[in-house]
Design a protein around this ligand. Structure first.
Ligand code: HEC
Ligand code: HEC
Ligand code: HEC
Ligand code: HEC
Ligand code: HEC
Ligand code: HEC
Length: 504
């Protein structure tokens, strides 16, 4: 007996450093994992890094450790083979108590491990689907989208519900394109800002319609806007409109209003002449009875219908209007107006509108630089008045804080993202939006025009200028009166031609 145990041949093959180390590593991680997973189940956690550690890195090391055991055994086997002549496999004998103990231990550990890794991969699936994973793992790159998202009506909708949607094939597709993106981030080879439209975005009807029902009929949606002038009084101009969203009317049996476009009884297609889909020279409506109408823009003089690439024709869906449902980067003009209307910035602070907008529009390389500049600019403006008036000083402090907050949620110099980079297709004030088709210049050969009258999409029911007057405005259907004494000088041009990026 003593003879046998001293012979190297009778030591188990696992008797080598690689296997022993691998086994210890695996055991250490197994115990650690079991502990953290239990804690995770009991307390829950939202930190994506912890999730990645537990469910992706941990199991990987565990598997590595376990693989080291047979690897070491194999190396040991080879070593013995070289040194000795006989090519024997180790003897495994269930009659030996020690061998039975090995087997039982192995079976127990493997079972526990397999169970845990099943839970693990299920959790890994969830982690890679979580909003925190999408938004924070590539923190720098996705910061604009993640930030804007948190302030959007969809703040509780997971990224994947719009970007991937249900079904395994899109999950796989998204993970493949995700790998490409990880590569792009790792090698710093992505474009700034991120290009839109996202070409391979899943058709909106598969995603949005998981929650929104196009057949739903919407009553008029009210939009109430107050614009403050760039003067000492911040003179307000107020407009209230009712948007005719509509939808399917079960009583009438057909679609009306703005959501007419997505009715299932006809098909609306268009051909964009540019990558951003901002120029639309050609529109086709195929009606239920097979009738086809083709509208061509009279402005697109060099447009030749025969050169349309059929693959580039797009069927209009939710995203063609709601392209910023979740990542809306407001213009300084709009966000300061809104902050003032909500009272976050006091509209009684003389000239604050102009100063705040100007501060937000500065050319900045980094966010900290911008925040400092905003503070300096606003404080500078009120230096004298605030010095002897604590009340004004408090309002200035508040205005600084709010203007900085606007910057942080809508402008991202590091990623070269701001409102001018991502046109919003809803409306027509600062981007062409609906006017890409509804400019009154898209006509069929018979002369039918896509309508552009101001009451087609909404009704203006209140408007007026001045602090006192606004409180006395009546509700009545009325024509738009352009503020600030413009008279009819605006007519004949679209709003965005004067109000769009770089104009005001
Ligand atoms: C309500 C649906 C919705 C949700 C939720 C959503 N997105 Fe988006 N996302 C969109 C749409 C629509 C676009 C624009 C597509 C286009 O123009 O082609 C977009 C665009 C993007 C872009 C391209 C750049 C840009 O700003 O347009 C990125 C990056 C992005 N989303 C990341 C995210 C991340 C990260 C989350 C979660 C934190 C998220 N999205 C949540 C709908 C959504
Ligand atoms: C997982 C469910 C879900 C998905 C998917 C989803 N939404 Fe929503 N959406 C919501 C909820 C919930 C609200 C209401 C939020 C509230 O009222 O606070 C909402 C609100 C909206 C609104 C009204 C916003 C406002 O200003 O009040 C629009 C427009 C909208 N969604 C468009 C879209 C579009 C376009 C898509 C697809 C790109 C989409 N949604 C995908 C759940 C979803
Ligand atoms: C032709 C443009 C257009 C298309 C296409 C379109 N919408 Fe809208 N939708 C609008 C406008 C305009 C509003 C009014 C609210 C606004 O301006 O944000 C609106 C409002 C909504 C609202 C919010 C209503 C409320 O109570 O505030 C939801 C939800 C919505 N749309 C979902 C969808 C979904 C889902 C699709 C695709 C199946 C879709 N829309 C397609 C233009 C469109
Ligand atoms: C791709 C082109 C295109 C875009 C973009 C577009 N429309 Fe239309 N729209 C049409 C066509 C074509 C018609 C049918 C002709 C008509 O009624 O004048 C139409 C009809 C309408 C109608 C009348 C529906 C009815 O009840 O008969 C409304 C309202 C409308 N659009 C609102 C909007 C709004 C609001 C937007 C922007 C958010 C918008 N459209 C964007 C092409 C477009
Ligand atoms: C094809 C549909 C359509 C037509 C035609 C149209 N509008 Fe609009 N308009 C919209 C939509 C949609 C919005 C709301 C955008 C949003 O939800 O942000 C809007 C918003 C506005 C606003 C608020 C602007 C803002 O700050 O966002 C004003 C003012 C306005 N329209 C005036 C007009 C006038 C004046 C005309 C006629 C010259 C006109 N509209 C024609 C669809 C239309
Ligand atoms: C020919 C150029 C032009 C066109 C077209 C135009 N505007 Fe204006 N708009 C102006 C100018 C200039 C001002 C005054 C800005 C100022 O006083 O600081 C102004 C001011 C405004 C204001 C008040 C905001 C402020 O800062 O004082 C609103 C609201 C407005 N326009 C809405 C519209 C709408 C809606 C349309 C389209 C129906 C439109 N405008 C078309 C040039 C134009």
């Amino acid at each position: 007996m003593t003879e046998q145990s001293t012979s190297p041949l009778h030591k188990p093959l696992t008797h080598n450093w690689v296997s022993v180390f691998g086994f210890m590593l695996a055991m250490a991680f197994l115990v650690g994992e079991a502990l953290i997973i239990t804690l995770d189940f009991v307390y829950g956690q939202n930190n994506p890094y912890v999730g990645i550690l537990i469910y992706v890195v941990g199991p990987a090391i565990l598997i590595l450790g376990l693989l080291m055991v047979p690897l070491g055994m194999w190396l040991q086997f080879r070593r013995r083979q070289k040194g000795m002549v006989e090519k024997e496999f180790p003897v495994f004998d269930l009659n030996t108590p020690r061998h039975r103990l090995y087997l039982t231990t192995f079976v127990i550990i493997s079972t526990v491990f397999i169970c845990l890794s099943m839970i693990g991969s299920y959790q890994a699936y969830h982690v890679t689907e979580s909003t925190e994973f999408c938004g924070l793992m590539c923190h720098q790159v996705m910061k604009p989208e993640y930030t804007a998202y948190q302030y959007s009506p969809h703040a509780r909708v997971d990224c994947v519900q719009c970007h991937i949607g249900p079904g395994a094939s899109w999950y796989v597709k998204s993970k493949l394109s995700g790998l490409r993106q990880v590569w792009a981030v790792a090698t710093n080879s992505y474009e700034l800002p991120i290009q839109t439209p996202i070409e391979n975005l899943r058709p909106a009807r598969d995603t949005c319609e998981q929650c929104h029902w196009p057949e739903k009929f919407y009553e008029a949606v009210e939009k109430s806007l107050t614009y403050y002038a760039n003067d000492d009084e911040n003179t307000p101009y107020h407009v209230k409109l009712l948007l005719h969203v509509g939808g399917s009317s079960t009583i009438l049996g057909h679609y009306t209003g703005i959501h007419w476009h997505i009715a299932r009884d006809h098909k609306l297609e268009y051909y964009p002449a540019d990558y951003a889909r901002q120029i639309i020279p050609w529109v086709r409506v195929t009606h239920e009875d097979g009738r086809v109408e083709e509208f061509i823009s009279t402005e697109a003089t060099d447009f030749d219908k025969s050169q349309i690439d059929p693959a580039a024709i797009r069927e209009l869906d939710c995203i063609d209007c709601h392209n910023r449902p979740s990542h809306r980067y407001e213009s300084p003009f709009a966000s300061v107006n809104q902050a003032m209307e909500l009272g976050l910035i006091d509209p009684k602070l003389p000239g604050i509108k102009g100063v705040a907008v100007e501060a937000l529009q500065g050319e900045y390389q980094t966010t900290p630089e911008a925040l400092q500049a905003i503070e300096d600019k606003i404080r500078g403006q009120f230096e004298e008045t605030a010095a002897n008036d604590p009340e004004i000083k408090a309002k200035v402090d508040q205005a600084v804080k709010q203007t900085q907050a606007i910057f942080e949620r809508s402008i991202f110099p590091e990623m070269k993202v701001d409102w001018t980079k991502y046109p919003s297709n809803i409306g027509h004030f600062d981007f062409p939006g609906c006017y890409r088709c509804h400019d009154g210049k898209h006509a069929t050969p018979e002369g039918k025009v896509i309508r552009d009258d101001c009451n087609l999409c909404h009704s203006i029911i209140q408007q007026g200028e001045g602090w006192e007057e606004i409180n006395q405005l009546e509700y009545k259907l009325q024509d738009f009166v352009h503020p600030r004494g413009m008279g009819d000088a605006w007519e004949g041009q679209n709003c965005h031609e004067c109000h769009g990026p770089g104009m005001m």
